[in-house]
Design a protein around this ligand. Structure first.
Ligand code: SF4
Length: 396
């Protein structure tokens, strides 16, 4: 209970699984006492996941090219076409990295890259069908709506046709990448050449209708207002009302190094935690809430487990995009399991569909493979580190 009756009522309704309006979400985000907000969000988690399990995933994020025509101001990863540091990995290199990931127990691959001016739908068809043929055990949870819009534009075909073709080639689900900020004002400010938030949602809705599910993300901290953050999640929830195709919501914080936007991330730890808790209450129709320990650090990642979070995402065997912009946090399987267990939860490895693959009820049941560590390869490596075996950069 707080001293404000209106806030109490909203928190109670959210905790009970009721629907709260965007205006109510903004009020509890800015004004509810942290402990009451966290307690209400955690009540949702307990009701949805009474077994106390918090999940994680082993995957590898493979970037096929850093060449991109979209030049988002916050992006430290891309190189303009013809730039001497631009690269596109040949298929053998991508398959080699998939093989390494499988060897380390990955169940999922995230293939993501820039908007290369030459990469139309046929490129992605070959990419997905080659990975599927070589490693059918890997779930291809890859690309994002902006890559789909790009390939459709390159070929002059509809979004629907592009989706149907890449689905047939082996794409299993779409990552929530490229959402950043969906409302028009903050999106234009950070990514003026990127397609609109409405188009991002149009791709997701079309994919959901064709049986391709996805996650949804948000990048906070580039100067957007509290109201715009709420507007972002309201836009996603409206689509979810119609499709039910978003499996999880994953907010993360802007990383300010090596890009044109620079500045400091304007999302404080407290803002991040409050937003996580509020979004658990707001998304009564989305099953999972994932914390981004990669950008916020392990301690904040662990705190988020008391704010409604039920999933810590992945031990990313490789990640280039966020780490290029300054994310320094990395983890091994042991750390990740420790984060979960010392928060009083039961760790479990999951697959892309959130099915439990291994539940570690006691420390004796923990996996012992020390090689499963999150690594960041560096785009500073010539050719994007092609041919280099993991670890590309030592974890510490
Ligand atoms: S965020 Fe993606 S679309 Fe934007 S510049 Fe970077 S690689 Fe290109």
């Amino acid at each position: 209970m707080t001293v404000n009756r209106e806030i109490d009522d909203i928190l109670q309704r959210g905790a009970d699984g009721g629907r709260i309006t965007p205006e109510e979400a903004l009020l509890i985000y800015t004004d509810a006492p942290l402990h009451a907000l966290g307690e209400a969000a955690d009540a949702v988690r307990r009701r949805r996941y009474p077994d106390g399990i918090v999940t994680y995933l082993i995957d590898r994020n493979i970037n096929y090219t850093n060449v991109c025509v979209t030049a988002c101001k916050f992006c430290a990863f891309f190189r303009a076409p013809k730039h001497k540091e631009g690269w596109a990995h040949p298929m053998e290199e991508i398959l080699r990295r998939c093989g390494e990931a499988v060897e380390l127990g990955a169940t999922q691959v995230m293939l993501q890259g820039g908007h290369h001016p030459d990469f139309g739908t046929a490129y992605y068809e070959e990419l997905f069908s080659s990975v599927k043929a070589a490693y059918p055990q890997l779930t291809i949870h890859s690309i994002g709506p902006s890559e789909i819009l790009h390939m459709a534009k390159v070929d002059g075909i509809s979004i629907e046709d592009a989706i149907l073709r890449i689905k047939a080639a082996g794409l299993d689900s779409i990552a929530g990448a490229g959402a950043e900020m969906l409302p028009e004002r903050p999106r234009k400010a950070i990514a003026p050449l990127k397609e609109s938030g409405a188009r991002w949602l149009e791709v997701m809705e079309t994919a959901h209708r064709h049986g391709i599910e996805s996650t949804a993300t948000m990048m906070m901290g580039t100067g957007e207002t509290h109201a715009e953050r709420v507007e972002h999640i309201a836009m996603i929830r409206d689509v979810q009302d119609r499709t039910g195709g978003f499996r999880a919501f994953i907010p993360w914080t802007y990383q300010p190094e090596n890009n044109h936007l620079k500045g400091r991330t304007q999302a404080t730890t407290l803002e991040y935690l409050r937003f996580v808790a509020m979004s658990r209450l707001f998304f009564h129709n989305v099953a999972h809430l994932q914390a981004s320990w990669l950008t916020t650090g392990k301690e904040v990642g662990q705190l988020s487990l008391h704010m409604g979070v039920d999933d810590l995402g992945s031990i990313m065997l490789e990640e280039n995009v966020i780490s290029s912009a300054g994310a320094r946090h990395r983890s091994n399987l042991h750390d990740l399991i420790w984060m979960i267990r010392s928060a009083g939860r039961i760790p479990a490895q999951r697959d892309t569909l959130y099915r439990h693959l291994a539940v570690h009820r006691t420390p004796e049941e923990d996996p012992t493979d020390d090689r499963v560590v999150s690594h960041f390869s560096s785009i500073a490596l010539p050719g994007g580190g092609a041919g280099r075996a993991l670890p590309l950069v030592e974890a510490h």
